[in-house]
Design a binder for this molecule. Sequence first.
Ligand SMILES: [Zn+2]
Length: 76
Amino acid sequence: MKNETMTVDDIECPYCGRVFDGGEATNYDTTCDFVNCPTCDGEIEVLQSVTYTCHPVKNQESGDLTFLKGVNYGFL
Ligand SMILES: [Zn+2]
């Protein structure tokens, strides 16, 4: 048995090592704290974290700044 496993997208059971889909197991609920392993039925405490990967959509330094005033970039 492992003290801790850390994987991306999947959950690795610390009891038996079974790797299964984390989203499916938690019902895509990021507040889900406990799941049961589909293989050994062990109760697993899950700590979920989210990685945000961000890219600029356009070059903010070009263009007319007056024209850009009032535009909400969140919806572009
Ligand atoms: Zn297991």
